[in-house]
Design a protein around this ligand. Sequence first.
Ligand code: GLA
Length: 730
Amino acid sequence: MHEILRLDAPGVTVAIEWELGRVPVWRHLGAPLGADTALLHGWRATDTQRLPPGTLDRLDGVPLLPGSGNGHHFAEGVRLHAQGQGAVHEWVAQSYTRVDRAQAQTLTLHLVDAVVHSDALHAEVALTLYRDSGVLAVRTRLHNPSAQAWALEHGPSACLPVAAHFTDVAYCHGQWAHEFQWKRRPLGREGWFANNTRGKTSHEQHPSCALLGAHADDLHGEVLLAHLAWSGNHQLALQRQGDGGHALLGGVHFLPGEQSLPAGHTWESPVLLLAYSSQGWCGASQRLHQHARSQVLRWGGGAMRARPVHLNTWEAVYFDHDQATLRDLADAAAAVGVERFVLDDGWFPGRPNDKSGLGDWWPDPAKYPQGLGPLIDHVRARGMEFGLWVEPEMVSPDSALYRAHPDWALGSAGRALQTGRHQLVLDLGRAEVADYLFDKLDALLRAHPIAYLKWDMNRDYAQAENALGQPVAAAQVLALYALLERLHQAHPGLEIESCASGGGRMDLGVLRHTQRFWTSDNNDAVARVAIQHGAQRLFPLEVLGAHVGPAPAHATGRSQSLAFRCAVALFGHMGVEADVRHLGDAERAELRRWIDLYRHWRGVLHGARQWQGSTDSGVWWLAAQADCALLGVFTTAAPDTPHHAPLRLPDAWGAAHWRVRLIAHAGQERARGDAPAPWWQALAHGGVRLSGSELCAHGLPLPQMNPESALVFSLQREPAPDTPMETPSP
Ligand code: GLA
């Protein structure tokens, strides 16, 4: 007889059909089921269907772990062989354990390959459902108890069911300075496939996708959001099933011959995360944000402290590090309210440009004759923390490190080395390389009060082989995590930013070891609205670095007003990436006002429940705590209509009353100068008291704005005598 193994959290149920000696199959993943599940308990999945013509003589649903032996022909399933033999596998139920903890329930399912000899391969699939977020985390282990080595060509983290009513897939692609561009399309018969071999999370193929019901949108309908917590090569695939649903498989993409399973060894996959919501894409995103906050992020001192305003030197001085200039820049930064001064690329020897120097992690004696100490002292004397840019995984062929250890770089024996941004990748899995990098960074961190590292990674992999000719792309990711962890242990208060030419390494795998992402090298605020909109679908605002850049923007040549650039940077971990020495008085005062606004409201913006949506000419972002929220409405394109449609807030807001105030704006209203503006006046002076039901059912009337405008509102909960004050769960 079969058993149904269930996991339940608020708003979600997971059910697996389990029968000893048979392949466990998924029965349900999604909306909550009641206790009375006669269908699941009384009937096997196969009993509810009849064999169609032209099939194998047995039916199964979506398996927990696909093997070809029972007819699950998934290219992205487990692919194992021993020198070309034994490639058929069938992962059947052996035993399971269930652990209930305060934070989560975990089902660990032990499977064995159904083959008639005693040293059959074992698999273990662990499903953890977190109570607070409702996120399901799945990871797979494969164990080889035999005396022979197996080659693991592919090992998914998970194989998950996507029911047929999820008709659309959304995935995010991009390129440098154009990250997180989500596209939605019908899933259809052809399914969907993403493959990344760039060695990092990548701008181009993010390890995430969303499955949406036909009518699901930002605020309504059923959505499954999947994310692989991994910072390297990956595959995600949606393969059509017989009932019109799909199987979602995701995991590491191995290079040929990269992964083996030696005798007695166990391989462990990274975690695939799945967030289900019946409240639209935002509901699913909120679950993933909550997971990042409660299970992934680690803060020195145990809790996030106020996220300090950054000044990053890159677009102000690039490689041109003149200490007098930098001191002036620090003075000007402190004067506008900056709290952390980050010295970007160019501080180490042989670095007049990006062609040399990487690997030599000590201060350039020409630019810093007394080391970094005097500049750091100067910065700290102005009340700011000091941060430093590094790119530890890389080496320039023109560097002392490369000249001493050319064999520390990855390459491919007998081939000309393929550089990227003139640099090579170090073999991080080699102990002396990791030790060298740790020692150099540790020495800097011990010598100086450095609060923050911007950890960059600026090239794709091309020849990811070590000196022994072995492919090591996945090992590099694990070695990176280990190196970051070692630094974290040695310097628990240190914050690290994950940057890869902007947002090329943003995922919940690396976020376990870092505290901020550099979202994009593109500081053009119009482009940024789209990039941040896409990134917010996966990550909470407090980890998304957002800087006020110069005008014209260096990435696009376009200019926007300072106010608009500030409004966009407000919704993130705010910073400035411009030469603030040359601001006029009015601009300096304006920047200071926006920075003060951020400092005042960051406690609401960070750790908030976030929603987002589109208008006909832009987007809106809402970040809410229990009693207070900030709403940003951004107009990026020319509006299509003379009046703005009222902005309807998420249903969750209906239960309370709110004072809505316009606290800042950028850009002009699209109206005649002589037209009275009573609504604007009321919003801007004292605010208006509105019921949640008006805000949700009717919407907030908004002025129609010109392109490149922003309206920032605060919403403060006001007591409503006869309604309970509750924040609804996601
Ligand atoms: C990358 C980063 C930039 C900057 C430069 C420095 O491109 O994304 O922010 O740090 O490297 O070389």
